[in-house]
Design a protein around this ligand. Sequence first.
Ligand SMILES: Nc1ncnc2c1ncn2[C@@H]1O[C@H](COP(=O)(O)OP(=O)(O)O)[C@@H](O)[C@H]1O
Ligand SMILES: [Mg+2]
Length: 253
Amino acid sequence: MPAIEVHKLSKRFGSLVAVDGISFSVEPGEVVGFLGPNGAGKTTTMRMLTGYLPPSDGSVRIDGHDTFRDSLSARRAIGYLPETPPLYPEMTVAGYLRYVTAIKGVARGERRDAVDRALSRCGLEAVERRVIATLSKGYRQRVGLAQAIVHAPPVLVLDEPTVGLDPIQIREIRDLIGQLAEPAEGSKRQTVILSTHILTEVEAICDRVILIDSGVLAMDEPLAQLTAGGRRLEEVFAQVTSGDRAARAGEAG
Ligand SMILES: Nc1ncnc2c1ncn2[C@@H]1O[C@H](COP(=O)(O)OP(=O)(O)O)[C@@H](O)[C@H]1O
Ligand SMILES: [Mg+2]
């Protein structure tokens, strides 16, 4: 069973078609880079994957659960780092994560372990008693990742997890995501879909690339195939996106 199954998914905002009938599926353990120019529809798609936004058309299944008909199970199967993580600045790191386990339906007796595991996997043990507002942006982003994984979901959806960080923090968060994708003790490899503009990030951690442009699926290929023969991702993307623009301009004119 695919970890993520997206079927003819669309989202309209008034007359704007933000996502236009995209379909793809992601197998368990795959790490997928979800790319596209600003305004392409990445965030809108991710919000539909995670059940935060109802689709105008089409459907999404997470780990077999329909996000609409079986929304509670679908949400529990997913960890989501939104563009702006829902952090509570006045809470401590551990207190906040404990709170998230309660919302995510982790049984009371398992919450302590769940929080400890998330703290450890995200390198947050040294700051667990700190108030979130006092942390650097890099550490706040670690807390964002920790809240996404704290209920041990099989699927992670990360929306531009390194945006706004400095180069050193970017590398730390990228390495951390690479580690999170690897199996935790006694579990399977994590399925991850992440959006980013940083192509070195994609080359470093993704197995596969999905590119959308103006809400339309423009490419879906294994990374190894895209970079075969020493091709740089940058060239591939420039070609695909500008090609689409030229075609549309042709249609419009
Ligand atoms: N809530 C909304 N209402 C109206 N338009 C929206 C809304 N959310 C996104 N859009 C529009 O949908 C398009 C896709 O946006 P978004 O999914 O945020 O793109 P990306 O994340 O790829 O930059 C953009 O044109 C954006 O302005
Ligand atoms: Mg976005």
